[in-house]
Structures are given as structure tokens and as C-alpha cells.
Design a binder for this molecule. Sequence first.
Ligand code: KIV
Length: 264
Amino acid sequence: MGQLHGVDLIKKKRQGKKLVMLTAYDSLLAGALDAAAVDVILVGDSIGNVFCGDADTLSVTMDQMVYHAKAVSSSVSHALVVGDLPFLSYHVGLDQARENAGRMIKEGRAQAVKMEVSSALLPAVQAVCDIGIPVMAHIGFTPHSVHQLGGYKVQGRDTQQADALQSLALSLEACGCFAIVLEMVPEALAATITAQLRIPTFGIGAGVGCDGQVLVTQDMLGLTSHSPKFVKRYAQLGDAIQQAVAAFRADVTSGAFPASEHGF
Ligand code: KIV
């Protein structure tokens, strides 16, 4: 089975198949996600919150993203690897957008990039699509604009905002994007946008009407201390790690570890 591409996701949507995307920042976790047959592994700039412990994603750099994308790509043979372009890596000019998207492919070895988009950034998306780099767009609540949006708030609740999101989604499809992430959008609006598009949508806090779902892996595995309403926890690995470390500590302090079978 070869590696998936954007066109395969579009085909899966046509066939009515649901799509699965999760995040990874390192080769070990990426290998586990790939073995579990997820469709897409996103090297998200949520690395700012989850890996670096920051309150937001705004200080994540292109160098950091390339470094982690390379680690993820090294262990993936089936899923499509998408590298997130961080804040201010494509906002300054079209050359900057092309150059940084190119770095994600050339150095990070990702097969596609993700860009958080408002209508003002459509030319940057078009510039990246035009040089043959597949783009996954991200609309609705976009973490790069957290300060402008006044915090982590659902987007598209009123008619004007909903119309704007629908027309932005259609423009992104026309630019050549192969998929769109809809974050924190009312379920009915996300379902309407999904039905209007040929390309798949991935919801995160956008309901079951999307073509696929994406979560931050550390949230769904129960590794993060706080997670948003839209997260379902499929494991409690944070607790499991604490228990394992406590058991190791007890063994070391009591002299029960290492035992004779661990020595040479
Ligand atoms: O950075 C990220 O991990 C993301 C997902 C939450 C969609 O953008």
C-alpha cells in the first residue's frame, strides 16, 4: 500500500468514506499513528501549546516546524504527512509563502502544507498551490488570529459570518486546495459547507457532518491536563505515565530494580 495523497482523500469523499487525521511531532508517535492506518498525520503548530507549553501557537517558528516534520516523515509510509505553516511564515509576501511552503516539502519531507486562512490570505494560498504544493486550508476559528477573534470562540454563528465562511471555503476549493479544516464552527454550517464542496472537510469542534475528523493526539490520549469541549478522551495516558513513574521510583528507592536479570 503506497502513501496517500490529496487526490486519494478527494476520492474517499466521493466514495462516502470518512477520513481520519491526528497530529504528531515525533517519529515514534507518527509511526504508531501510521500503523493504526490514519489517513493524515498533521505536524501541527499546536506544538506551541502541547510540546513547548505556550499559551498559544504564535511563537512557533518555521525552523521548529521543519525539524519536527522531518522527524515525523521519517517513520510514515502510508499516511499523508501535512506540515503546518506557522504564524508569519506566509503573511508577509507571496515569495515568503512559496519559500516556506517549499521548505516544508524539501527539508521537512512533508507531502502537503496547512495554512490558516482569512480572505486576505487567498493570494498566498493561490501562490503556494500554483507551484505544485498541495494545500490544506484551515478556517473558522484560526489560532493564529486568537487575539483578533477575542479568544477561543465558535465562528460563524451569525448569518454574515456564516455566509463569509461559506464563500471562503468555495474560494479555497477554486484556488486548488485539496482539503479544508473547519475549527469550532456550528454543526449545521459545517455540514452545509461540506455538502457544497468537492474536496473533503475535517472538523475539529464542527460536528459529525464533516467528511473527516481531526484531534490533537495528546488531547485524545489524555496526556494534556486541559482539553476543549470538542475532545473525546480515548485513553488516560497521563495517569498511566504517573503510575509507571511512581512504580519505577518505588523500585529504585527500595532496591527492587535492577534485579539480577537486568544485569550483566
Ligand atoms: O496545529 C494543529 O494541531 C491544528 C489542528 C488542531 C487542526 O491546527
